[in-house]
Write a protein that binds this ligand. Sequence first.
Ligand code: KG4
Ligand code: ZN
Length: 379
Amino acid sequence: MRILGIETSCDETAASVIDISKNNNITLLSNVIASSLALHAKTGGIIPEIAARNQISHIIPVISEALEKAGISFKPPKMKSPDIDAIAVTYGPGLIGSLLVGVETAKTLSFAWNKQLIPVNHLYGHIYANFISNNSKIENRKSKPLEKIKFPAIALIVSGGHTDLILMKGHKETIWLGGTRDDAAGEAFDKCARLLGYNYPGGPKVAELAEKGNPKVFSLPRPMIGSHDFDFSFSGLKTAFANATKENFPVLRTSSDKVGWKQIILEQINESQKQILYDLCASLQDSITDVLVKKTLAAAEKFHTSSIIFGGGVSANQILRDKFQKELSTKHSGLNAKLFFPPKPLCVDNAAMIAAAAVFQGNETPWENVTADPELYFD
Ligand code: KG4
Ligand code: ZN
């Protein structure tokens, strides 16, 4: 069975084809992503209207390329029905204009090609990036057998818009345990990077600068790390980071610059200033990852879970991955839980994860009943 996945919740237009074997082993056949990110760099953030317009120009070429790369013949404009069994599409959460492009395209194709349509919650998509067993197309190496994810599991979704902990007793038996009360973890990375003048996505830039830094130099807060719930808060951390940055780089704010912040250009600062920048980034990363590790492992301990599953752009962060690994082999060695991180290209938004989620989570729905829902959350 083959599923065509379509994902357009934000600035990426993505399409992918997966193949599902009888015992639900998933092979990635293609994974195509077009992004309007470069356009948003000028404005320092994503402008929903621009993102939606770009979705419209990208959607058909991206779907067409995903089918072609999967070896499925598809010849627009004739739109002869391709050899797939179903179409999965993200119907929320996200930006309404962007979502509509994917949803309405998927509905049209479902009708025109007479294929099942499976609407998918983007947040579940991030979890199911872990269930694609054969990734040789993106990992550039032979596929490895996927270790089985056992339930109960804890899932941590950490992206630019979400920080959520979910208890999964089974594929369709999920309980939302908690989430962020203000900024998401990725948003904290992005906003702090912005303060240093770096554009979205800020997480990879902070991680890169942090490599040369000492995480213990700035003692930034670990908000809600000791609270007896599974909620998060990152806005106070952002303020603390802003104060520490402004103290060390007093001329950052500039009214003449349209973007509002001067970028700290590494080549233009001296060695000791560079070290401060690296230390700030390392301290920020240390603080965010400490909170994520502590809360997630507390949830895993409370619910005696066998697996801990990660998803979302921040789960690509290597320090986060290393910290979890270290904690499990030292302080939490009694936990007996396995960690599952998606391959890095599948941590960020993509359509393969949407198609995979459709296999385990999705419900086939008549196309007339599928509508975009920007506020969609966990059930
Ligand atoms: O999952 P995603 O592509 O989009 C959303 O659904 O939001 O995640 C994007 C987020 C951004 O906030 C970005 O800064 C963050 O993931 N991110 C990272 C890393 N790579 C991406 N944060 C920290 N370290 C990284 N290596
Ligand atoms: Zn996402």
